[in-house]
Write a protein that binds this ligand. Structure first.
Ligand code: NAD
Ligand code: TDX
Length: 339
């Protein structure tokens, strides 16, 4: 079987490619990635040595390039990870998010229709449901929670989801969607909360916590997300949405303090900065459906996952130091200098 993975040079996509090689070594994996600032071929160094792997640098909104690749590879399954994924950047430049996240999805689905793929899987997010209030810990997102987005990023992801469901209903495209909570683990780009805090704490730099740090995220170790996607794209029911999360809610402040404790760094590094505009309060996933239908359960608890993640950043300093030495340096200045 040939699996086309889009955005495979990013955080979750690269972890997913390694998951596939480990669990389905008989399958061929083709990766298409534009290599934006978030895409990094170093993530795929090991994959590139595998005979069952091909990497193609292209933009998912480039119809000609996408169709050429489908013509050459005739993929059985398409898994779409490719996206602009950082909420703060979507506040700076919404247009880019709409192009990649919505029109890119359309381009991939048009090619999937033309070449008769057996399953088009959309990697979506819990952010499409908006947020939950902090004083209602009894509430969780289910697959029937109405879409209610807050940022240009989440609006673009929700728009893509609606388009996926429309292609299923109108054209009979065999689709599935997973909506996952916040991931963490190896290859996480150091603009996101956990890797940003690890890499800055290691340099004894201030740790910018937005607002009062009481916003809650539901954290899932990336390998558990990969297992869920693998299960849904192979065995999940066509046309269905599956929420993915492991009931691992933490305030941002708790997460940052966990990082500091793991690294043996002082809490005095924490600095409260101006809040993110439209900042979602709390995300919390109810994963009952994927558990009951497909038997999925997370296998890595938060403490173990954080230990593994911090160890990975300590063992792979060159990976993130190369990123910090590049264009990303300007990004930090631009986004945080006036906070
Ligand atoms: P990421 O930013 O680390 O990686 C995105 C990848 O997509 C990069 O390799 C980038 O080069 C590529 N890409 C971007 N625009 C492209 C384009 N136009 N054409 C081809 N490639 C392009 O993102 P991530 O954190 O790995 O997220 C992957 C997917 O999972 C996204 O769709 C995101 O919305 C979703 N998701 C992420 C999380 C999370 O916590 N990170 C949680 C739930 C869902
Ligand atoms: O410097 C920071 N300080 C801070 O307090 C950063 C970068 C973040 N935060 C806060 C904002 C959020 O409440 O930490 C929380 C997590 O922030 P991000 O890492 O930017 O993630 P989030 O906005 O929750 O979105 C992530 O999860 C859902 C991914 O980036 C999305 O792609 C995914 O869909």
């Amino acid at each position: 079987m040939t699996i086309l993975v889009t955005g495979g040079a990013g955080f979750i996509g690269s972890n997913f490619i390694y998951y596939e090689f480990e669990h389905h070594p008989e399958d061929r994996v083709v990766c298409i990635d534009k290599l934006t600032y978030a895409g990094n071929l170093a993530n795929l160094e090991e994959a590139l040595k595998n005979d069952h792997f091909r990497f193609v640098r292209a933009d998912i909104t480039d119809r000609e390039a996408v169709e050429r690749l489908f013509e050459e590879e005739k993929p059985d399954i398409v898994v779409n990870f490719a996206a602009e994924s950082h909420v703060d950047r979507s506040v700076e430049d919404p247009g880019l998010f709409l192009r990649t996240n919505i029109l890119g999805t359309q381009t991939l689905m048009d090619a999937s229709r033309k070449y008769g793929v057996k399953r088009y899987h959309q990697v979506s997010t819990d952010e499409v449901y908006g947020d939950l209030p902090l004083d209602r810990p009894d509430l969780f997102f289910t697959e029937t929670t109405p879409i209610h987005t807050s940022s240009p990023y989440s609006a673009s992801k929700a728009s893509a989801d609606l388009l996926v469901l429309a292609y299923a209903r109108t054209f009979g495209l065999p689709v599935s969607i997973t909506r996952c909570s916040n991931n963490y683990g190896p290859y996480h780009f150091p603009e996101k909360l956990i890797p940003l805090m690890i890499t800055r704490a290691l340099a004894d730099e201030s740790l910018p916590v937005y607002g009062n740090g009481e916003n809650v995220r539901d954290w899932l170790y990336v390998e558990d997300h990969c297992a869920a996607i693998d299960l849904v794209m192979r065995k999940g029911r066509e046309g269905e949405i599956y929420n993915v999360g492991g009931h691992n809610e933490r305030t941002n402040l708790q997460v940052v303090k966990t990082v500091l404790k793991e690294l043996g760094k002082p809490e005095s590094l924490i600095t409260f900065v101006r809040d993110r505009p439209g900042h979602d309060q709390r995300y919390a996933i109810d994963p009952t459906k994927i558990h009951e239908e497909l038997g999925w359960l997370p296998t890595t608890d938060f403490d173990t996952g954080m230990r593994k993640t911090v160890a990975w950043y300590l063992d792979n300093r060159k990976w993130w130091q190369d990123i910090l030495a590049g264009e990303y340096q300007n990004y930090y200045q631009h986004m945080y200098s006036n906070r």
